[in-house]
Design a protein around this ligand. Sequence first.
Ligand SMILES: Nc1ncnc2c1ncn2[C@@H]1O[C@H](COP(=O)(O)OP(=O)(O)OP(=O)(O)O)[C@@H](O)[C@H]1O
Ligand SMILES: [Mg+2]
Length: 262
Amino acid sequence: MTTSTPVLHINGLTKHYGGVRALSEANFVLQNGEHAAIVGDNGAGKSTFVRLITGVEQPSAGSIALDGKPVSFSSPLNAREQGIETVYQTLALAEDLDVPANIFLGREITRFNLGPLSVLNHRAMREQSIDMLAKTGVNIQDMTESLRGMSGGQRQCVAIARAAGFAKKLIILDEPTAALGVQETAKVEDIIKGLKQRGVPLIIISHNLRQVFDLVDRIWVFRQGRIICHRRTSETNPQEIVGLITGAIDPASLQSEEAVAC
Ligand SMILES: Nc1ncnc2c1ncn2[C@@H]1O[C@H](COP(=O)(O)OP(=O)(O)OP(=O)(O)O)[C@@H](O)[C@H]1O
Ligand SMILES: [Mg+2]
C-alpha cells in the first residue's frame, strides 16, 4: 500500500446488536482513486459495515477518518454532506418525478427561497443533470419522462450518475446489479469503469466474483463479522477468494504482504 493519506481509514469498527456481534474490530483502508470490493457470505457483516460508514447506524466502537480527519455520521444525510454517496440495491428514487427532479431530490436548486416562498430553478437543475449524466456516460433520451417508464438498469444508471455528481469523497454501491439483467449489468459496469478512469474512489458490495475481478483493485473478505483479509485483485484469483469466504483457506496461510496486514 502507498503511504499517502487514504480517503477512508477505518479502525476497530464494531457493532453489537444486544448479544449479537454483527461486526468486530474491522480495519479498512481505501486509497485515493481506488476501487475496492467487499465480499463475504450471507450474514458476514457487509451490510452492517456499510450502514456504519453511511450514517444509517452508529458504531458500538471504532473510528472513521475521511482524508485523515476523524468523522462521525449522525444520519445518512450527514454522511452525504461529508462526502459519502451511497447507491442501494433497492433504489431511493421517486417514480413519478423526472430525471432532474430525482437527481436533485432533497438538494433542489431554488431561484429564491423565502421560507415557504421558494421557487425551484428547473432550468439549472435540468442543465446540471444533463452535465452529470454526460460525465458519467449515461444516455437518457427524454429528460422530462418520469422514472416510471424506465427499466431497472436505466434507473440504476441515474442513481449512480447522481452519486457521482455529488460525491465529494467516495461512492458506495451496495449490490448495484443484483436485480439487473445481463445487458443492464454490463452498462452499470461500464459506468463504474468510467468512474475509475475519473479517479472517483468507490466501494462495491457484490456476490458476483466475475464482476469483482473485472472491476476492482482490491478485495476485502468478510467472514463471521470480521474482515479476515484483503487481497490485491491482480495477486489473487476467484478460487482463493472463495476459499477465504468459506473458511477453506486460512488467511494466515497466505504468504504475502497483504495477508500479514490482515
Ligand atoms: N438489526 C439487527 N439486529 C440483530 N442482528 C442483526 C441486525 N442486523 C444484522 N444482524 C446480524 O448481524 C450479522 C451480520 O449481518 P449483515 O446484514 O451485516 O450481513 P451481510 O454480510 O450483509 O449478509 P448478506 O450477504 O446476507 O446481505 C448477521 O448475523 C445478522 O443476523
Ligand atoms: Mg447484506
